[in-house]
Design a protein around this ligand. Structure first.
Ligand code: PA5
Length: 442
């Protein structure tokens, strides 16, 4: 059952009437390449059929790891960077209470490491972990990425002191390549539970592999429903050639049309703070997939109404180079009303009897109309609510649209050659063996 709808009325009004028919064949060509595996980077298309090809044994191992580790873990540390952590964080933060750290839950509270090299962060993290019981997932496809390797070395050292070699090994899950990489070798030698990231799935497309599923299940969320949602969306995205019904084709079409008319920045906007990491995941997905060869829409994100009080001025009246894609949620999980106040000193009694959702929806509509009149095309992604099934749909939808959109830009959406440049300089500056020849010209 598809729950996601793309409303493009407030973007089409910025285009000429022929625009859609002009681009339709290109969208369908790009989709064909993706589904038939005939485009650039076609050795990284394992994610396309992933939701319908989930390995049941892997899923049941994840569930038994959760049963074993959750009762002995107040915290679960997810060590990874980029595609090896953003998807899990996006789903977990979308589903959990913002105040989960202060609530008592059966599931461990998930915290993150390996995504920064900040010394202050690790001093504080190691101090926290000293007084907690915890388990760890260390996630790296290459198994050689510096940030997670450094974090894992520090955390493992503390775990061995705390739980002993064997006790630590039982609390560590490694998620990495099937055959190679330092993490693969460490995991084998130390006897960690190991999950494989398929060769044909790149980091930013890996949330529906153990990379995302292990942390999401450990946080207490329903991975079966997540995968069910993704499989429903897979069915629709792969089967339908209709720009009317297939939300991924619709989204790829409208964002490319806008890009070609000079709208080179896309702001992913939410009105729910728990969707902030969906935006972070989306930025990596689109930024790394499309930002190459001097091309690509710059992905940016805003959380409203918070950012209306910081970036709202720019969006309304600054340079006209952006369009907004608003993730619009129909209904919240729970409701609360504004109470009546006899004195009405704050003057907001006119809101009494309205739920915060009604107020938020009116803020959303008011914002969309204002920005639209200010020259900002608006695309709306309408979702009914936030739960595992809807998130599964949303993830697959964004991934499929990203593949189609990347092919429309005529880039390889599945590589990231530019990410290596900083690593080469950093390794040379730090004296990593093998990088002596690198000359850094400042
Ligand atoms: O999408 C990607 O490929 C990257 O963002 C990687 O996920 C990120 O660099 C981490 O790499 P690895 O999983 O090899 O540690």
């Amino acid at each position: 059952m598809n729950a996601i709808k793309i409303n493009w009325d407030r973007a089409l009004s910025f285009l000429d009437s022929e625009a859609l028919s002009e681009i339709e064949w290109e969208v369908l060509e790009a989709k064909k390449k993706l589904v038939e595996g005939t485009g650039k980077g076609n050795n990284f298309l394992g994610w396309v059929n992933l939701p319908n090809e989930i390995d049941d044994e892997m899923l049941s191992n994840i569930k038994s790891d959760v049963e074993r580790l959750a009762p002995q873990s107040q915290l679960f540390v997810v060590i990874g960077i980029g595609g090896s952590y953003l998807g899990a964080r996006a789903v977990i933060e979308a589903l959990q209470s913002e105040f989960a750290a202060f609530e008592s839950n059966d599931a461990p509270y998930v915290i993150y490491a390996g995504h920064t090299l900040s010394e202050d962060y690790y001093v504080r993290l190691m101090r926290l972990l000293e007084n907690k019981d915890y388990s760890v997932a260390v996630i790296s496809k290459s198994g050689t990425t510096t940030e997670p390797a450094v974090a894992f070395r520090m955390i493992k050292d503390q775990m061995v002191k705390k739980y002993g070699e064997e006790g630590a090994a039982q609390r560590i899950i490694a998620i990495t390549d099937a055959r190679k990489g330092a993490l693969h070798d460490i995991a084998l030698q130390e006897g960690y539970r190991m999950y494989v990231i398929p060769d044909n799935v790149g980091g930013r497309f890996s949330v529906l592999t153990p990379v995302g599923l292990v942390p999401i299940a450990m946080a207490g969320f329903d991975v079966d429903a997540l995968l069910r949602g993704a499989a429903e969306m897979q069915e629709l995205c792969v089967q339908s050639d209709s720009l009317q019904d297939n939300p991924a084709l619709r989204y790829a079409a409208i964002r490319n049309l806008l890009y070609r008319r000079g709208y080179s920045v896309e702001m992913l906007v939410n009105f729910e703070p728990n969707l902030k990491y969906i935006s972070e995941w989306w930025k990596q997905l689109y930024g790394e997939s499309e930002g190459k060869e001097g091309k690509g829409i710059l992905p940016h994100s805003l959380s409203f109404t918070t950012d209306l009080h910081s970036m709202g001025q720019y969006v309304q009246e600054g340079q006209r180079l952006m369009f907004e894609t608003v993730v619009s949620m129909e209904s919240p999980a729970e409701t609360v009303d504004v109470p009546y106040d006899e004195k009405n000193l704050d003057g907001i009694n006119y809101l009494v009897g309205k739920s915060l959702t009604e107020i938020n929806h009116n803020a959303e509509l008011g914002t969309i109309i204002a920005h639209n009149h200010g020259g900002v095309p608006i695309v709306k992604i309408e979702v009914p609510c936030v739960n595992e099934e809807v998130l599964g749909q949303l993830i697959y939808f964004f991934e499929f649209a990203c593949g189609v959109s990347g092919y429309m830009l005529d880039v390889n959406p599945f590589d990231q050659p530019g990410v290596e440049a900083y690593k080469k300089n950093m390794f040379a500056l730090l004296g990593k063996p093998g990088y002596e020849h690198v000359k850094i010209e400042e």
